[in-house]
Ligand binder design. Sequence first.
Ligand code: ADP
Ligand code: MG
Length: 240
Amino acid sequence: MLVLKDVHARYGAITALRGISIEVQEGELVALLGVNGAGKSTTLATIAGVLRPWQGEIQFQGKSILGKTPEQIARLGIALVPEGREIFPSLTVEENLRLGAFIRKDRTEYRRNLDEVFGLFPVLKERLQQPGGTLSGGEQQQLAIARALMSTPRLLMLDEPSLGLAPALVDQIFDLIVRLHQRGVTILLVEQNADRSLEIVDRAYVLNTGLIESQGTPDQLRTHTDIEGIYMGDKHRANT
Ligand SMILES: Nc1ncnc2c1ncn2[C@@H]1O[C@H](COP(=O)(O)OP(=O)(O)O)[C@@H](O)[C@H]1O
Ligand SMILES: [Mg+2]
């Protein structure tokens, strides 16, 4: 469904991706793991069309999406929930959700999506008229994911959804990701929490300084990779 081939990206003089190749099949839950600065968010930004790779190829459903605008890519069915759950704090929960559905103009479909989202996030239904900014951190993260789901994406990309959440809320978010996966949503999950991620994903890639250092199923990675290194940022590895 999604294929990245030898993608290079940089911010001015700073090279963030040095040739990464990733595949996500329809229905898969795949994680991108790695320490801070490894290039995880940059990878999502290149897929979403926010950052243009200077080399390499990105295909979605068999077609190149290089050079498309973020809006065109969103219309193809790729939704990104960015790091830091960027909801609109002064808009109500309902208004936030309606913005997520901007691609869907049909009212019936909007209602159906809304009902589905309420099934997954009952708390949002109770708070529809409340400004998004008055929700707790965990609720805001739910709202950010719910907003992305309002567009019925084919591919959902989550950037560190558990970051900064209390342990109980982290559990809720991971449970939610499992439920979405069970419903058949294709998910590319960026996480620093490698242990938790490996419990739920089909496959994972480990990024380090803009390169894929290892990849495989959770079992393969646990056997062959220094999982702790993903947390420690193992400074002994070359940082060039
Ligand atoms: N807007 C930016 N301008 C300059 N450098 C950036 C920018 N965003 C990220 N970087 C750099 O690119 C590299 C990869 O960053 P990022 O993709 O955010 O890593 P991760 O999400 O894995 O923590 C880092 O060295 C980071 O400092
Ligand atoms: Mg990041």
